[in-house]
Design a protein around this ligand. Structure first.
Ligand SMILES: C[S@@+](CC[C@H](N)C(=O)[O-])C[C@H]1O[C@@H](n2cnc3c(N)ncnc32)[C@H](O)[C@@H]1O
Length: 274
């Protein structure tokens, strides 16, 4: 019974996600930008979403991923977010954390291209895990500074080591729960150009993080939300965020959602294939 329940949870969760994916596919406009009449979004499709170039820093970051996947280490994790259907207990293999909760190569490359396209310099990540997403964001430019918050002490310590081994000098890991440390991090940051929300997948927590980050956002800021279709709560949070009075353009790529606060653009919600 003990093994059947987690397997059943995984199957149910994956099935729900698959159904949401089909709904998204039916609603989404083509990857080529056909039918997208906003020049801002069309340029984004051409220059960011359809850019498949292997930029120079990617290989080094993927070497770190390979090293972590082949590691036999385990970590004691205190799960602070919505929990995981893939893990039971608090002792987790690093190789499994990489597979099930780290930013994938595809998403990492997207984060890099987005942050680079918009010239982001003050970057914030909520949820560091092993540091792969932080590295993609930090690789954008040596002048960029990445602040990344992680609530699990062992994960934070491992991320610090991974980041230093990979030679990144522009990432600060802040250990602590978002509730404890986000307000002071926001206060210390001059502004936020780019925020990657990839931590607590509960609706109220995500909406709170969003409001906190709005405090230092500008008209040029980009927010990226991971896993917007992961659960009913995440879909509800995404819907509230995209309807916020300050949000002008939102883009649902299924694997993540992106919002912009640019003035002078008509308010529009896009659903695009990616
Ligand atoms: C999906 S993982 C992040 C993956 C990471 N961004 C990457 O690029 O690989 C989510 C992380 O958020 C952390 N987290 C979840 N809820 C949190 C909270 N309330 N405060 C601090 N950290 C939290 C978890 O410990 C976990 O490591």
């Amino acid at each position: 019974m003990h093994t059947i329940l987690p397997v059943w949870n995984i199957v149910r969760c994956k099935f729900k996600l698959f159904c949401r994916f089909i709904v998204h596919k039916l609603k989404a406009k083509s990857k080529r930008g056909h039918g997208v009449h906003s020049p801002f979004v069309y340029n984004l499709i051409v220059n960011v979403f359809r850019d498949r170039k292997k930029h120079e820093p990617f290989a080094g970051i993927e070497d770190v991923r390979k090293m972590l996947i082949s590691s036999g280490d385990t970590i004691k994790v205190n799960d602070m977010g919505a929990g995981s259907v893939f893990f039971k207990g608090d002792e987790r293999a690093v190789s499994r954390i990489v597979r099930y909760s780290s930013t994938s190569r595809k998403k990492g490359e997207l984060l890099y291209r987005l942050a680079r396209y918009f010239g982001a310099k003050k970057i914030l990540e909520l949820g560091t895990s092993l540091g792969l997403g932080s590295m993609y964001l930090a690789a954008v430019s040596e002048d960029a500074e990445v602040w990344s918050i992680e609530g699990c002490p062992e994960l934070a310590a491992t991320a610090v080591k991974n980041i230093s081994d990979a030679g990144f000098g522009n990432i600060r890991i802040i250990e602590g729960s978002f509730e404890e440390v986000l307000p002071s991090v926001i206060e210390r940051m001059e502004r936020v150009d780019f925020v990657f929300f990839d931590g607590d997948h509960r609706k109220q927590s995500l909406l709170w993080q969003f409001e906190q980050c709005l405090g230092k956002s500008t008209g040029e800021t980009v927010f990226v939300f991971d896993d917007i279709h992961w659960s009913d709560e995440m879909e509800e949070a995404w819907s509230e965020i995209t309807s916020h009075e300050k949000v002008t353009i939102s883009i649902d790529l299924f694997i993540c959602g992106i919002v912009f606060f640019r003035k002078g653009l008509p308010r529009q919600k896009f659903v695009l294939k990616y």
